[in-house]
Design a protein around this ligand. Structure first.
Ligand code: HEM
Ligand code: 2DC
Length: 606
């Protein structure tokens, strides 16, 4: 007969001690590695406890099947404590993400009709495709400006894995400075530079060269990511490139002395220049500035907004609109500040006056304010009958007009979808392009498939989507190696038997998605990026779980899939995707799993 719950392997007795150890070994960014290690140590099932949260962890698709098949009508997952705490603190309604029980189910069923059902989803294709086309157009413009045959976020220095991207946004102020034309971009408007990782500007100092600073020793000046985020960003817009003699190294990277000047707006004169402490490991980290992956985040935000609101936000012009950029930054900050508080109870969090909590609140505030503005705009247009009822009007409009959900609930879920649609798809796209850049053979196969589909369907995207099997497999394969969610979780509602252990009702069971994707027993040669494995014969039962399973699976799944398929289709039709060097990029847990360093990609027109 099955073994009792108490005999499960694992260190689950000392929750707070575990949390302390976890924190000590930098666990907040390594949840996925720690889990993979525990599966090695304890086998395919183990019990764990962090803080007050106990869980049973499983890795095999068979166990996942058992878990999900017993999940019932109202499945519940681990509800992220800081997200709950924020809503309770600000008295905001929950959307489907955090609702439970019947309240969740009725909202979810209404939303499914407008967001997931096959009939509606087909209508998203032109909207999402348009964003992809714009992205291509924009990338081509960047290629033109570069004066080279491609668009890259390169400029990385061999020694420094992180580059500082310094953008000169103050176009007008550029005019009254004698600025040589940007040596690479050939355009003073798009001045992009890379400077050595650390330097300090002292008050009164107006220019410097990175070498001079280099001789003072780089590492001693490095500051932490947290410190950097407090630096007044506006100051950086006044860092001007005044001289740069780049030299192309044999690897195609740019090196060369660069002189930077600093101009201060009169109003900012008193700001102490000491505050300009930069270190590359962190300054704007990555994911900011006009380069990758921000255009990607801008594009996916534009895409999700297009289907939610039926409108384009002017996001994909020359650079990402500051409003949109603020939203994007807020979502990234929200995720980033969630992980350190993940295993603390909500009640405790609200009484915590820690910086992380304050930042978290600020991030959600920005998300809600921005989403509310988008919602209000649509609502106003609808009242003023400015919306034409002919074309597809967007998910929000349809939900409002159906009048079956209270407006507050609609707003809550729309806000979640807006926030849920930025980092998730942009990171996955980034990983997908990275994998394709590293496997040119696979990339060629995909391109051949896409081009053939295009010819056959005479450019009809809906038809094309029905034939691009390998591209769909490539996205699955990307999510196998690079899942967004480190685990899937469910609270059991009845006793289930996993690996011959009795798991009682109300237990939090987690499927280690990251660990499963890299387990050689589940996926032979797991390190190989091979979309073909999804098309080969053989059982795929409960192996492709990247969007979760069942009635509680990802609400944005179809939007995300379509968006990524269309985006990659457009990219493959137009560009060759390359990456400069064979850099190993690891994975970091920042609530969702993300690359641990910037990924430099080159788009080269075919
Ligand atoms: C839930 C993954 C994109 C909105 C989830 C879950 C996963 C997931 C694993 C939990 C499912 C479960 O517990 O079974 C992903 C991945 C994405 C993605 C891999 C893209 C690559 C999106 C997008 C949106 C979105 C674009 C919004 C349009 C949501 C919402 C939930 C959810 C609202 C909660 C649903 C509920 O509790 O009823 N997602 N997601 N996601 N996702 Fe996504
Ligand atoms: C994080 O231990 C690690 O799709 C925890 O679009 C368990 C856990 C619970 C819920 C997961 C979360 C993890 C990762 C991020 C997920 C979330 C459910 C939905 C959310 C997977 C694995 C995500 C990114 C949503 C987010 C929408 C939000 C911004 C409004």
């Amino acid at each position: 007969s099955p073994r009792p719950f108490n005999q499960l392997p694992g260190d689950w007795r000392a929750g707070w001690l575990n949390l302390y150890r976890f924190w000590q070994e930098g666990g907040f960014h390594n949840v996925h590695h720690i889990m993979a290690r525990k599966f090695q140590q304890f086998g395919p099932i183990y019990r764990d406890k962090l803080g007050v949260y106990e869980s049973v962890n499983i890795i095999s698709p068979r166990d996942a099947a058992t878990l999900f098949q017993a999940e019932g009508m109202l499945p519940e997952r681990f509800s992220v404590p800081p997200w709950v705490a924020y809503r309770d603190f600000r008295n905001k309604p929950y959307g489907v993400l955090l609702k439970t029980g019947e309240a969740w189910r009725s909202d979810r069923l209404m939303l499914n009709k407008e967001v997931l059902s096959p009939q509606v989803v087909e209508g998203f294709v032109p909207l999402l495709s348009e964003v992809g086309e714009d992205f291509v157009r924009r990338a081509r413009a960047q290629v033109g400006k570069s004066g080279r045959e491609c668009w890259t976020a390169d400029f990385t220095h061999e020694l420094f894995r992180f580059a500082l991207e310094c953008e000169c946004q103050g176009h007008e102020s550029l005019q009254d400075v004698s600025l040589p034309k940007h040596p690479v971009a050939g355009c003073p408007r798009w001045a992009t530079c890379c400077i050595s990782p650390s330097f300090i500007l002292r008050d009164g100092q107006t220019s410097f060269s990175p070498e001079a600073i280099g001789s003072r020793g780089m590492s001693s000046l490095q500051t932490s990511r947290e410190q950097l985020s407090t630096v007044d960003k506006t100051l950086f817009y006044h860092l001007l490139i005044i001289n740069w003699k780049p030299a192309l190294s044999n690897k195609g990277c740019l090196h060369g002395p660069m002189m930077l000047g600093v101009r201060r707006r009169p109003s900012q004169v008193p700001v102490a220049m000491e505050r300009l402490e930069l270190a590359v490991e962190g300054w704007r980290g990555w994911g900011r500035g006009p380069l990758w992956p921000d255009p990607l985040m801008g594009a996916v935000l534009a895409a999700v907004c297009h289907v939610l609101f039926g409108e384009r936000l002017g996001l994909l012009q020359d650079f990402v609109d500051p409003e949109a950029q603020r939203f994007i930054d807020a979502v990234t900050l929200m995720f980033h500040t969630t992980s350190p508080m993940l295993y603390l109870p909500p009640a405790l969090l609200r009484h915590l006056n820690a910086k992380t909590w304050r930042d978290h609140v600020q991030a959600w505030d920005a998300i809600f304010t921005q989403a509310d503005q988008c919602i209000q705009n649509v609502y106003r247009d609808l009242r003023l009958q400015r919306k034409s009822t002919k074309e597809y009007m967007g998910i929000l409009c349809n939900l409002i007009m159906q009048d079956k959900l209270p407006l507050d609930d609609i707003k809550a879920s729309i806000t979640e979808m807006m926030a849920g649609g930025v980092d998730t798809t942009s990171m996955t796209l980034q990983w997908a392009m990275f994998e394709l850049a590293r496997s040119p053979g696979v990339q060629e196969q995909l391109r051949a498939e896409v081009l053939a589909a295009k010819r056959e369907a005479a450019g009809d995207r809906v038809k094309m989507l029905k034939t691009i099997r390998l591209l769909k497999a490539a996205i699955k394969e990307t999510l196998r190696l690079h899942p967004v969610a480190v685990t899937l979780q469910r609270y059991t509602t009845q006793e289930v038997i996993l690996q011959d252990y009795r798991i009682p009702p109300k237990t939090l069971v987690q499927v280690g998605l990251y660990a499963m994707g890299r387990d050689a027993e589940v996926f032979p040669k797991p390190e190989q990026f091979s979309p073909q494995r999804w098309l080969a014969a053989g059982p795929k039962h409960f192996k492709g779980l990247s969007f979760g399973f069942g009635p509680r699976q990802c609400l944005g799944r179809r939007i995300a899939e379509l968006e990524m398929q269309l985006f990659l289709m457009h990219i493959l039709e137009n560009f060759k995707i390359e990456t400069m060097r064979a850099v190993e990029v690891g994975t970091k847990f920042d609530l969702i799993l993300i690359p641990d360093k910037p990924i430099y990609l080159t788009l080269r027109p075919l």
